[in-house]
Design a protein around this ligand. Structure first.
Ligand code: IPE
Ligand code: IPE
Ligand code: MG
Length: 238
């Protein structure tokens, strides 16, 4: 596993903490505080997302899942939605050029069918990059936990499944390949899930911080790890 950027003092992960998920919230407020348009917050937030993902990969997370755009985020003003789609488009172009700088594969989870054909094509290509890497970055895009469950139930119905088990549902979720997150982190101060990973969150440790996403740093990731290992997970046992 690449450990190139890891400095001494970085927490050591083990098999109990393989998957971290982020609700990257607070870009708009971060920009507003600086008298800037919300779009600027998304731009800085997207740079920070790259930095945090690189760090999480370097320190050895097997899976990182980020909430980039929800099924409800279409309710925002058109100009904000197009700014976010533009950032995504640029990110995909950047990955096409510079994917080797990352040591993970890329998965886009959500209902991608409503994106423009050009974006869908770029996403399909980017998902072929680094395919030999064991670590995965899941980017949730036009994602909603309820929508994901509907998609899973429809898949099972199409298979003709009637005696549906928990395993059947887990294997038809977008995240089937990497399993459930061990911890879900939400930045930006709100204490809610906002339709993220509803099924997968069943026993995730939840971590909420007031820090706005553009300010969230690798040291904050270290703090999440410290908190994770300070908690006693019982999974319903004693
Ligand atoms: C999260 O930041 C990013 C997306 C939802 C795309 P917000 O845009 O929700 O920022 P705040 O919560 O309004 O500050
Ligand atoms: C959740 O943030 C979605 C993403 C971070 C992509 P929102 O800002 O959309 O959530 P609410 O509206 O505060 O619940
Ligand atoms: Mg928000």
């Amino acid at each position: 596993m690449p450990q190139s950027n890891v400095t001494p003092g970085t927490p050591v992960l083990d098999e109990n903490f393989k998957h971290i998920a982020f609700i990257m919230d607070g870009n708009g407020r971060w920009a507003k505080k600086r008298g800037m348009p919300r779009e600027y917050g998304h731009k800085v937030g997207s740079s920070n997302f790259k930095k945090i993902c690189l760090y999480c990969c370097d320190i050895g997370f097997q899976a990182v899942t980020v909430y980039a755009f929800s099924t409800e985020n279409w309710k925002r003003p058109k100009h904000e939605v197009s700014a976010i789609m533009n950032i995504l488009d640029n990110y995909l172009d950047e990955l096409k050029r510079d994917y080797k700088k990352y040591h993970n594969r890329f998965r886009f989870i959500g209902d991608l069918s409503v994106l423009t054909p050009a974006l869908q094509e770029k996403i399909a290509y980017v998902e072929t990059l680094n395919s030999d890497q064991p670590q995965v970055l899941n980017i949730a895009l036009n994602y909603g936990g309820r929508g994901e469950l509907v998609h899973a139930f429809r898949t099972l119905a199409a298979e003709g499944k009637t005696d549906i088990t928990e395993d059947d549902i887990s294997r038809t979720l977008y995240t089937s390949a990497c399993g459930d997150p061990d911890m879900i982190v939400r930045t930006g101060g709100d204490i809610r899930i906002s339709n993220f990973l509803l099924w997968q969150a069943a026993y995730a440790e939840l971590y909420f911080t007031d820090t706005l996403w553009p300010d969230f740093s690798p040291a904050d990731v270290d703090e999440c790890i410290r908190v994770f290992y300070s908690r006693r997970r019982r999974f319903g046992g004693l």
